[in-house]
Design a protein around this ligand. Structure first.
Ligand code: MG
Length: 291
């Protein structure tokens, strides 16, 4: 199942994407649920409830896709340095305030968050905050969407708590990330979390083994497989839920592979007019322009 959120004739909604990807069947939602996209559907499905009634299908080119969770119920959990080659690339860049000599691969997952308000849709613009930072970088990431919530979830049971997946661009202001040590600010600027194009349920996508790719202006920059994560999805859920209760609709961005802009010498920062395209096998594509 693929759940998309959208605006149609100026109104927000959410619906089920057809198998051929050409149409959406909107779900009947209460007015207060509509701006939250897939959130209430994930909650219902995770309780074992049926979906609300579906309306007549709309051609997908008649809607504007928004992020499937346009305003997550709380911060997005993110994992830093979770692919070996990227951990080395980042530690060697001079921007990694967490790097210790010989410690470029973390012993425990590095967790930070992005505020919900930085989420934008799969084709929305990413705004370069002029005068604040022009060291803007891209990070393609597989994002896990939690279904059934819980605390103290073991790795062995963790996949029972996954509803599905989406794509996230963990856009980062590298100078703020380095200068402030804690990463949250440099990761949470407005528009710094493109998400989409929809949620894909775990029965249709094996998040533990999918190819993750990113292009900037058509040039491939990142190309890796989630099978190479340092800390895999079950371990991340076990770690996060040890002390924090997870809820339906929580998003965990699993980290980015090698090939980000600061991995180049000199760094290749994003500039106005650049187009960042990201694709994850079994999910789809997001494409965002820098302005
Ligand atoms: Mg990241």
């Amino acid at each position: 199942m693929r759940i998309a959120a959208f605006t149609h004739q100026g109104q927000p909604g959410a619906g089920i994407v057809s198998a051929d990807g050409l149409s959406i069947q909107p779900v009947e939602l209460a007015a207060h649920e509509k701006p939250l996209g897939a959130q209430s559907l994930i909650e219902r499905l995770s309780r074992g409830d049926a979906l609300p009634p579906l309306s007549a299908a709309i051609a997908i080119d008649q809607v504007t896709l928004t992020a499937p969770l346009p305003r997550p119920r709380r911060n997005i959990f993110c994992v830093g340095k979770n692919y070996y080659a990227h951990a080395r690339e980042f530690a060697g860049s001079g921007f990694d305030s967490s790097a210790k000599s010989g410690g470029d691969v973390p012993a425990h997952p590095i967790i930070f968050t992005k505020v919900p308000e930085c989420v934008v849709g799969p084709t929305d613009d990413i705004v370069i905050p002029k005068g604040v930072s022009e060291a803007i970088d891209y990070e393609v990431e597989l994002a896990v969407v939690i279904g059934k919530g819980g605390k103290g979830i073991t790795a062995a049971r963790a996949m029972d708590h996954v509803w599905g997946y989406t794509i996230v661009n963990d856009v980062t202001a590298r100078d703020w990330q380095a200068r402030h040590q804690q990463w949250d600010m440099g990761k949470s600027f407005d528009t710094f979390c493109p998400m989409g194009p929809w949620l894909v349920s775990k029965d249709e996508c094996d998040g533990n083994k999918v190819q993750v790719r990113c292009w900037v202006n058509g040039e491939i920059r990142q190309d890796a497989n989630t099978a190479d994560l340092i800390f895999n999805i079950p371990f991340l859920i076990e770690t996060l839920s040890a002390g924090i209760t997870l809820y339906p609709g929580d998003v965990i961005a699993t980290g980015t592979p090698v090939g980000v802009g600061i991995g180049f010498k000199p760094p290749k920062y994003l500039v106005a007019g650049d187009v960042v395209k990201m694709e994850i096998e079994g999910i789809g594509v997001i494409e965002n322009r820098l302005v």
